[in-house]
Design a protein around this ligand. Sequence first.
Ligand code: ADP
Ligand code: ZN
Length: 581
Amino acid sequence: MLKKRKIIFFVLAALIVISALIYFQINNKDYINISYKKFIEYVEKGNVETVYLSNNSKIKGKLADGSYFITDNPRSESFKESLLTKGINVEETEQNAIIMNLLTLLLVLGSFGFIGYFLSKNTAKQAQKEMAYMSSIESDFSNTESITFDDVAGNDEAKESLKELVDFIKNPEKYERYGARMPRGVLLYGPPGTGKTLLAKALAGEANVPYFAVTGSDFIQVYAGLGASRIRSLFKKARQAGKCVIFIDEIDALGKKRSGNIGGGSDESDRTLNALLTEMSGFKGNEGIVVIAATNRIDTLDEALLRPGRFDRQIEVGLPDINARYKILRLHSRNKPLDKNVDLKKIAYQTVYFSGAKLENLMNESAMIAAKNNQKTIKMEHIDKAFYTVIAGEEKKDKSTISLKDKRITAYHETGHALVTKLIAPENRVTKVTIIPSTKGAGGFSMNIPPNSMYQSKEDIIKNIKISLGGRAAEEIVFGKNKITTGASNDLQKATKMALLLISRFGMEESAGLVSYETLLGDKLGTNNFIVSKTKDLLEKLYKETLEVLRDNLDLLEKIANYLICNETIGEEELNLLINH
Ligand code: ADP
Ligand code: ZN
């Protein structure tokens, strides 16, 4: 195929060169412009050897001395005859013109051929690139074989969830017998460097199957239709491998929300996404193929990706808390000569908001510093130095550079929410309090509202408003009225909405009456002075009561917040223990 192309190329090139040469041969003689009078003079003197007749306004000719001339064409019928009678050669250049036209045609054709050749050469290159790309799809069986869940520290929930899949990959027939539909796709979401890739590799390693990895951004910025065909070849390759794990990093790059055109994906990424969805629905379910996708921006993903049969299992992979950080640090110093003076617990404490990748980087930098200084062991001072290397050059807004002061503020704020819940609404479960930000928001506490009733009572809504205000209240009590922070903005939004509904929709605020202000005012609800002031009054009253509840339990607030500062996360049982003892 390529050989044939080469031959065509050479023939075309030769043709172009030859025609160009002939063309210039004919046209590039030095013609001297002479007047017609002079020409007649030459004719009379017998100085003219040949005249090339043509239909042009000019005629050319050759003189006896070998030089060439050009002069006006008289265009008379008898011109040729009079020349001939004077013994001058006359050549009709019509033929010449035809040759010229032919040559021009050839030149044009040649050029087209040339361009065509280059275009085809480019697509050939593209195809070659494509092939190189397809074979570059990582499928390192040998590498992942050695990676297991033991290589992932922390991330316990994600690990548990993935462990279930190991058996599915190994024995898909078993699940099929029970009629169970196993998840085809798992979406891991969370900040970068938290071990999502590592988890996918560990899954493949544990199940002892090949691992195929691609990155979402590889699929965009390619020729039309190529992204889709890449997806198809990826799945083809995976199917040929039999059971396997396919890992798609940065899935957000090809699965952006398609809402309108603003900020949405292009047609090309749509096509790629559709190809992915088609391939995934093509699974029979008993093939033992699991697709793992990773993103740090789940909010931007197209809902189509999250539907049942697609990435219907979504697992958050969050930043590690202090215990997880300790485990990760231990894991990454396994093969390193640590000095006795190194206190990994202390380092874990100092590295709030560090991801697993950053911790790995920290230990690696420490080892490099120790090696550079020819030390036998890695000492605390090396790690301290490495600490600044790792966080240097990072943007201030990066969470890991947030000071311990912020840690304290977050701790009291979250404790405020949790404690108010426990004190005024003990029927709710607080399953987790943490100062490590999750994808869903900064810091956080999770509360399970018992879903025992169809209706919410006025009391329920009031309690929820107070729980929302608990964070701000705790900040004010501990740090003072002027030290309150912007951390409560979301809480205030929620509280305001609830208060507004209570008054304007549910008719629960006595002084405002049973009027559905929502019905009366519609959009203008928020600009109505009466409603605004009623909402403000209600929030003020409830905030005062919240402050009171917390002030009455200052010891608990201190105790829980301090525990949170040390441990960063409090589980349900620990929280109950702290409150009841
Ligand atoms: P992500 O895919 O979430 O961006 P990676 O899995 O690529 O993160 O993590 C990069 C590296 O950071 C890993 O190869 C590993 O060395 C380290 N790492 C991250 N999280 C963990 C963890 N939970 N346990 C152990 N090492 C981790
Ligand atoms: Zn809050």
